[in-house]
Design a protein around this ligand. Sequence first.
Ligand code: GDP
Length: 302
Amino acid sequence: RQATEQAVKPSRDRWFGRIVGLLRSPRLDDAVWDEIEEILISSDVGVETSLRIIEQLRERVKAGQLDSPDAVTDALKQALTQDLSGDFEGLLPSDDGASKPYVILMVGVNGVGKTTSIGKLAHHFSESGKRVVIGAADTFRAAAAEQLEILGERVGVDVIRHAAGADPGAVAYDAYQASKARGADVLIIDTAGRLHTKSNLMEELRKIHRVLNRQDTSAPHEVILTLDATTGHNGLVQAKSFNEAVNCTGIFLAKLDGTARGGIVLAIRQELQVPILFIGTGEGMGDMAPFDAEDFVDALLA
Ligand code: GDP
């Protein structure tokens, strides 16, 4: 919760705090509503969502349903929270052992923070007492496996890797076998994120998917797309093509601490219809938090 507040602070200071101030205006006239709408759009919430939310609030105020600034602020919080909440119940490997290892496939474009986020997730699970294995299936970038190995050492997690250029499907297979043999609870698999040969990449991702699925018909249990919060709507366009190629089950939104346009969280939810599971709140391995819509909105409009 504290990490969320810290990461959201720039957005609150720059944009959302102004909304709270405006809602305390003596009269909520057209000019005030227009300004609030503009702030939402500037914070990357997305035009359509901003218009819809403001329109609903306005109607309710007009109808006399919200008769104090606090009531209006609460209604806005509710509207934003509702837009963000999904049916996600927490990503935790089941303890019954039926789907052990719990397989998480990590996808995303190079540079968004995928490797770092894998380290964070490994740390997160291992801290909660789970045995974790990482599979370095981005064999395209030699540096990727090295970076993972360093992170793995730092957080005390085994990393399965092959030589550069090896078949990513073979790495996924070996990583799965190693996880089984070691009784791992969670297997996190890194994948390539090169964009210039996109069609090959998508084929590669689908192949890794198939390899895992042959080991366990319920695997991969999650396909998590890492997104860079600082790239705003541009990043969303790329994310959409990933999502179409390999049905993502959730999003790790990295670098939320690096932007004041935290409204992007709403745009992501709206555009991709995939829940945000985790947020990155800094460069350290502990700098992440499970995404909680209510905490997030509370922090934005505190
Ligand atoms: P990859 O190419 O997608 O694997 O990206 P990396 O994991 O190598 O990360 C790229 C850069 O983003 C590195 O400098 C990371 O330290 C930084 N980074 C990753 N996640 C976060 C985050 O949540 N917050 C901040 N501030 N930096 C991050």
